[in-house]
Design a protein around this ligand. Structure first.
Ligand code: NAP
Ligand code: ZN
Ligand code: ZN
Length: 371
């Protein structure tokens, strides 16, 4: 990755060489004007292109359940108006004069963060999502950038981002099915990598939504034996097509007796609080349950469920820039994109309701040309 330290010091420099307009630009977007309010069309300002900035024409933006949590202030106070969207795929439209990584026309993605300190141990290790310096991990929306301005996400027609925080979308991946990889894809790829999903390993994915279906595809491509644990058998056929070897309903108590002591790794993608003790019972000795779902309420666990069998309970949050690029390349190599339902911008509020009803197969993606 290009070192772009102090990039923002040169903000507003413009690009006389190629005629870049150094002024901020007004772009169309969909925003929630207030907590829990329906999203509506609006306009926002994107900063003037700095020396190391690129302007992206956003083509597609995925709807992540995290967007809904944040519009609803389920994780704490939000910044409003809020333009959500951190599964962004588009094309470079302009580059600042100091940009070395990108050219106009390149296919790029932006995920959950757009800046970090670049100097702390985590940033140096490529774990920008855990930045401990200043300004810390600057989230793509509902965050504050170095310039002190609120960040706005991908439900918009254009985005300005530092060149070091964009990822290359390989040509083999269509942009619409690539967009969800920038959050859902990396959020599952990272723990599957870290806890060694592969041949000879039994992996369970809890919840077959946006994250879960990416987990099934990626774990299967890595050669693991994959089981889906879903609330019902309603999506069983889909799950098997996506690459699952087995599919069980968690509403059936027999699931927890039949599969006791089975899995090396369980990844819980559920957006609601679950009693994790029952799921820990499905792990083998030394198995790990990784929590990636981020519900409003605390998850509960009975300590005894961890003791017998020396089980581990862990968490994982998205992934850093190098691993996100690795994931995109892996998905391109294995022909993996998200299963999407492409929607117009005026369908965003309906899509939110359907996500909340677990009625998504398996990611809503906004065609941003309809904004
Ligand atoms: P999603 O598409 O809504 O999928 C969640 C799935 O969880 C649903 O499809 C459903 O699957 C299951 N589920 C929902 N409510 C449930 C309930 N009450 N009890 C049991 N199962 C339930 O959401 P997503 O976009 O995949 O996101 C999932 C969670 O991960 C959210 O909390 C989100 O904020 C979080 N997240 C975390 C990270 C991270 O870095 N850690 C990144 C992105 C998102 P079934 O119908 O199959 O049961
Ligand atoms: Zn997300
Ligand atoms: Zn840092």
């Amino acid at each position: 990755m290009t070192n772009t330290t102090n990039a923002t010091n040169t903000a507003n420099a413009g690009n006389p060489a190629n005629g870049t307009d150094p002024k901020p630009r007004t772009v169309a977007a969909y925003a929630a004007p207030a907590p829990k309010a329906p999203l509506a069309r609006t306009t926002i300002e994107r900063r003037a292109l700095g020396a190391h900035d690129i302007l992206i024409d956003v083509r597609f933006a995925g709807i992540c359940h995290s967007d809904i949590h944040q519009v609803g202030e389920e994780w704490g106070d939000g910044i409003f108006p809020m333009v959500p969207g951190h599964e962004i795929a588009g094309v470079v439209a302009e580059v600042g004069p100091g940009v070395t990584r990108w050219a106009v026309g390149d296919r790029v993605g932006v995920g959950c963060f757009v800046d970090s300190c670049r100097e702390c141990d985590n940033c140096r290790a490529g774990l920008q999502q855990f930045c401990t310096g200043t300004p810390g991990t600057v989230f793509t929306y509902n965050g504050v950038g170095r310039d002190g301005e609120p960040t706005h996400g991908g439900y918009s027609t254009q985005l300005v981002v530092d060149e070091g925080y964009a990822l290359r979308i390989p040509d083999a991946l269509p942009l619409d099915v690539a967009a969800p990889l920038l959050c859902a894809g990396i959020t599952l790829y990272s723990p599957l990598n870290r806890w060694g999903a592969g041949p000879g390993r039994k992996v369970a994915i809890v919840g077959l939504g946006g994250l879960g279906h990416m987990g099934v595809k990626i774990a299967h491509a890595k050669g693991a034996e994959v089981t889906v644990l879903s609330q019902s058998l309603r999506k069983r056929e889909d799950g098997l097509k996506l690459g699952a070897d087995d599919y069980r309903a968690t509403s059936d108590p027999a699931t927890f007796t039949d599969l006791a002591g089975t899995f090396d790794l369980i990844v819980n993608t559920v957006s609601a609080d679950l009693d994790l003790s029952a799921y820990l019972g499905l792990l083998r000795t030394d198995g790990t349950l990784v929590q990636v779902g981020a519900p409003e309420k605390p998850v509960t666990v009975n300590a005894h469920a961890l003791l017998g069998g020396r089980k581990s309970l862990s968490g994982s949050m998205i992934g850093g820039l190098p691993e996100t690029q690795e994931m995109l390349d892996f998905c391109a190599e294995h022909g993996i994109g998200a299963e999407i339902e492409l929607i117009r911008a005026d369908q965003i509020n309906d899509a939110y309701a359907r996500v909340l009803a677990s009625d998504v197969r398996y990611r809503f993606v906004i065609d941003t040309s309809t904004i």
